[in-house]
Design a protein around this ligand. Sequence first.
Ligand code: PLP
Length: 388
Amino acid sequence: MSIEKISNITTSAVRAGINTDEHHGAVVAPLHLSSTYSLKGFNDKRQFDYSRTGNPTRATFAQVIADLEQGSVGIVTSTGMAAVHLICQLLSTDDTVVIPHDCYGGSFRLFTHLAKRGQFKLIVVDQNDQQALDNALAHKPKLVLLESPSNPLLRLVDIEEVTKVCHAVGALVAVDNTFLSPALQQPLTLGADIVFHSTTKYINGHSDVVGGVLVTKTAELGEKLAWWANCIGITGSAFDSFLALRGLKTLPVRMKQHQENALQVADFLQNHDAIDAVYFPGFPEHPGHEIATKQQAGYGAMLSFEVKGGVEAVKKLFNNLQIFTLAQSLGGVESLISHPSTMTHAGMEIADQLEAGITQSLVRISVGIEDVEDILTDLSHGLAQSQL
Ligand SMILES: *Cc1c(COP(=O)(O)O)cnc(C)c1O
């Protein structure tokens, strides 16, 4: 991705919704809380009639995200999981879905439980295992879900390559882009059909909204999904859209600082005696480094690591941090630390966790935009305590 593209994103994000109010010329896109809109007259509707179906504030946010992802239709949902569930509306009982074994815990729970109820057939694969992926694609799936980088081990999938083989068997490809945001990766430009986000994370970026968004490459698929979003009632609220739109304006600038800090944190951890392994795609020795360099505009600010001494050491680390908060979200301005096995991935059976490489000593961090020296001092103190 070129520097020019990135700087364009910075400007587009800042200008999100600016000067769209024709009525009063409000510089910032107004918050429209009205649940309903009058008709001009008998059988003469305006653009909006009812806020589940369409809302001006939500529509502005949806269009801005669709533009940043270079897609055609954006659909704002009440949560990230609602966006994932919305994609499931495309599936019938005879359809097969392929998901990665190490996808977001909530997505894993949703797909496995819906499959158990017979809503579709499910194949769970390690998408880095070419043979396993080929075997799954031989079942001619209707949908293949990708998540790159994956949570919590930051495994990479070559979106362009995998999308090609999926399209060859007629599968739609949907990519969870939550970990990077459109500032660092645009899956639709790599061939994907759908990209979705938990806007709760980097897009809103201030840990005060739970929301989701989905963008389609084609208008046809977008209209179909927008129809379902209204039908089942999972569209996002106007207020959440307003806040997320405000958060989005600083997304590219925040990502710059998040990444600058993350690089230093990754280096620090890599050289620390209390750490067995660091998973960060920015390291040349990371198995996904080359793919990340090719398809991303940066390495992001999420990383995970194994602490020496198992779960007891992890507990001591958590008890001795001041800057990092023990919480399971990510992508906010504040640094967060979590234990995937008992937190984000608790919805997965322990056997499935181990299969996906999630051990008891694994810790995940979302590097915030605090002063990096404060972040490093905090980690240094916590890690020293963890080994006592
Ligand atoms: C948080 C998250 C989700 C789910 O989003 P919610 O807003 O919590 O419903 C999906 N995918 C990833 C990668 C996430 O981090």
